[in-house]
Design a protein around this ligand. Structure first.
Ligand code: FAD
Length: 285
């Protein structure tokens, strides 16, 4: 099923998983997927080389296939275009087709030191257009959105124009980057809808479970830290167990508020940790 059809039943709850880094045992991710699938999310998305690890598409295809064909849950396979050629994208789409995967998240990917860019897919919209040109409507193409503006964008206006281009290029469903400030999300949503972008947008929520994660996530995403969030980090920053409990509670409150204010659903980033995902999903469903 294409993920866009899921919204007909109400808010959509989904989870991101990442294949283990190269050389780590695959059993670790099998166990995580088994537990996360047990939470019966509407779909599971599977990252592709996220975080810059030297990971190939094989792990993404394998885990997406496991989700779809063994657990019977819709899978979304991420595709990072920045270092792929068109024949490599064709090959990847062919493998996804053979595994019955019909949803893909078209991404540019981060430009990392030492990365060989092919120049064929410089933006996510190039990849989305290519998939549509080659495969018609066979694949449902999702895209990424940035409520607090992508870190490389010159300004919010140009980022919004590029998001509109992404949707015109065939993206039918958006997943947002993580954020901690719901008001920032709703300000973004207002601007997006005013710009005529009417596809479903699932807010992305990451429960914070330790202080090191905060620093890394804020640095990577450039997201803001509202006062209640900062107060939580300052209060529990040195105490992992308490911060974990408070971080899960913060994420639950964020999700409840988003849903109460009409959000299309929640896309969780639980970092392959089924316990945090379970605590949040059981509290908000
Ligand atoms: P784009 O949409 O191409 O945007 C990148 C920048 O270029 C923006 O500043 C935008 O304003 C600008 N831009 C876009 N189109 C144009 C254009 N035509 N002309 C000029 N400027 C333009 N990374 C991974 O490596 N693997 C993953 O699995 C992964 N999963 C992700 C999932 C989600 C939900 C999100 C939010 C991010 C994910 N990322 C992943 C990170 C993502 O690859 C980075 O954020 C990357 O920097 C941007 O990717 P994008 O697809 O949003 O790029």
């Amino acid at each position: 099923m294409k993920t866009t059809n899921l919204f007909m039943q109400g808010p959509v709850f989904s989870i991101e998983v990442y294949p283990v880094k190269k050389n780590a045992p695959i059993e670790v991710v099998y166990r995580a997927v088994d537990a996360l699938a047990g939470l019966a999310p509407d779909f599971i998305s599977v990252t592709y080389g996220a975080g810059g690890g030297a990971v190939t598409s094989a792990a993404t295809v394998e885990i997406a296939s496991l989700v779809k064909n063994t657990y019977g849950i819709e899978a979304v396979a991420h595709i990072r275009g920045i270092d792929l050629t068109a024949p490599e994208v064709d090959s990847l789409l062919g493998r996804l087709r053979r595994h019955n995967i019909e949803n893909v998240l078209a991404l540019r990917g981060d430009v990392l030191p030492g990365m060989e860019q092919t120049g064929e897919f410089n933006h996510a919209s190039d990849l989305a257009s290519y998939i549509h040109a080659e495969c018609g409507d066979e694949f449902n193409v999702l895209g990424a959105a940035y409520p607090e503006v992508h870190t490389e964008a010159a300004d919010a206006e140009s980022d919004l124009a590029m998001l509109a281009l992404k949707v015109r290029s065939g993206v039918s469903h958006l997943l947002t980057q993580l954020f901690f400030d719901n008001d920032a999300y709703f300000r973004f949503l207002e601007r997006v809808r005013a710009a005529g972008i009417d596809v479903p947008i699932q807010p992305g929520i990451m429960p914070i479970v330790n202080a090191r994660q905060v620093e890394r996530m804020v640095q990577l995403s450039g997201c803001s830290q509202p006062p209640a969030f900062r107060a939580m980090i300052e209060r529990y920053g040195d105490d992992d167990a308490s911060l974990r409990a408070a971080g899960i509670e913060y994420a639950i409150e964020q999700c409840r508020d988003l849903l109460a204010r009409g959000a299309d659903g929640i896309h969780l980033y639980p970092m392959n940790d089924p316990d945090t995902a379970s605590a949040i999903l059981s509290a908000i469903r």
